[in-house]
Design a protein around this ligand. Structure first.
Ligand SMILES: Cc1ncc(COP(=O)(O)O)c(C=O)c1O
Length: 390
């Protein structure tokens, strides 16, 4: 028998009214700002997945040339998801040069899960020779924060997997980005990154990405994201996906600017050292965006005064923006570490981080040069020393 449709109140009709999406035919995907999907939708619940996060992840997997990308709320939640694969009593091995919050997270987790935590200097063969036989997870950044040291992914992944076939190698690829370095192709099991940096590129959205070619790991990580609620929300995923469209263009500009600024910094008398990563053309294809330099001791430069004298560089720990930033790792990215930890890492108060935006390289050089001039009391004394990792 045919049911005669009830006449609903206008308020109920207003609640149910939807514009016909099929007729709108937008050129870009709109924001699916909804938590729930109907039962016949391929989506289920936004805490599990959403068209905006899926579009971002699929586009990213094309750039990274990998099976699965999982988007998360921040870079730190991407790292936390990879750490959720550890079990009580496991042996976590990390590199000594590492982002301050990551080190603090590893240390906390080590206490909670009774992990054995070993810190090695993986930038030297001597450190790589000390990888323990019972390693469960190896975690490192390359290039590192700070000092932009490059760590050989393939050599370490081979060594770790030889010692324990089930061990996981996790690479934090935030600074190279998947455009210039694809850790999974060199044997890493998981590549994580802070998408807040170069993928966003505009300092207006936070996010993280976890990539893997291993289907079982992908399922475990996606399930943990679902259960823990660490998925990127639709609006942030939409913003991130929008930024991803200009990501390769912006990176190419960063490469050119960074090279020019690196060459310039070596000519400055008050600059004692400048760091730039070793681009081998195999693991690391290109590099751009962030440089470190150290003031010469004799120049006795106060970082705060220097930073305030710059016109184009905003102060702060953010990076990979359209406008440039200056930061002091001592009081910024590594502020949460003890003085002893910072000294072990070689972080002094003279160390400065520059993140270049999309300004012209000439303007950035002029801005820095006029600030350096204020402090260069005795130009004949200090000589710059070129540091390029080999
Ligand atoms: C190398 C590295 N990994 C991870 C993170 C954390 O990323 P997020 O701030 O998006 O959580 C940072 C932040 O600076 C970083 O430098």
């Amino acid at each position: 028998m045919k049911k005669s449709p009830p006449v609903f109140t206008q308020e109920t009709q207003a609640l149910h009214y939807r514009v016909d999406n099929a007729m709108t035919d937008p050129v870009t995907t709109p924001i699916y700002q909804n938590s729930a999907f109907s039962a016949d939708s391929p989506y289920f619940y936004t805490r599990k997945s959403n068209p905006n996060s899926v579009e971002l992840e699929t586009a990213m997997s094309l750039i990274e040339n990998c099976e699965t990308v999982i988007s998360t709320t921040t870079g730190m939640s991407a790292i936390t998801l990879s750490l959720s694969l550890l079990n009580v009593g496991d042996h976590l091995v990390i590199n000594k040069d590492i982002y301050g919050c990551s080190l603090n997270l590893f240390r906390r987790l080590a206490v909670q899960l009774h992990l054995q935590l070993t810190i090695l200097d993986l930038s030297h063969q001597q450190g790589r020779d000390q990888i323990p036989d019972d390693v469960s997870m190896m975690f490192f950044e390359t290039p590192t924060n700070p000092f932009l040291k490059t760590i050989p992914i393939k050599e370490i992944a081979d060594s770790v997997h030889r010692k324990n076939a089930n061990a996981l190698v996790v690479v934090d690829n935030s600074w190279a980005t998947p455009l210039f370095q694809k850790p999974l192709q060199f044997g890493a099991d998981i590549s994580v990154m802070s998408a807040t940096k170069f993928i966003s590129g505009h300092s207006d959205v936070m996010g993280g990405l976890v990539s893997t070619d291993n289907k079982q790991l992908a399922k475990k990580i996606a399930d943990t994201r679902f259960y823990s609620g660490a998925i990127l929300d639709p609006h942030s995923a939409w913003l991130m996906r929008r930024s991803l469209q200009t990501f390769p263009l912006r990176m190419r500009e960063h490469v050119t600017t960074t090279r020019r600024l690196y060459e310039y910094l070596q000519t400055e008398a008050v600059v004692a050292k400048t760091w730039f990563p070793h681009i081998d053309g195999t693991q690391l294809q290109q590099y751009g965006g962030i440089l470190f330099f150290e003031f010469s001791e004799s120049a006795k430069i106060n970082y705060k005064e220097f930073a305030e004298s710059l016109q184009l560089f905003a102060t702060g720990t953010a990076m990979a923006c359209v406008t440039s930033m200056v930061a002091q790792p001592w009081s910024g990215s590594h502020a949460s570490l003890s003085e002893k930890d910072k000294e072990t890492m070689g972080i002094s108060k003279n160390l400065v981080r520059l993140c270049f935006g999309l300004e012209s390289a000439v303007d950035l050089i002029n801005d820095l040069a006029s600030s350096f001039k204020l402090f260069n009391k005795n130009p004949a004394e200090a000589k710059p020393e070129l540091i390029q990792q080999v």
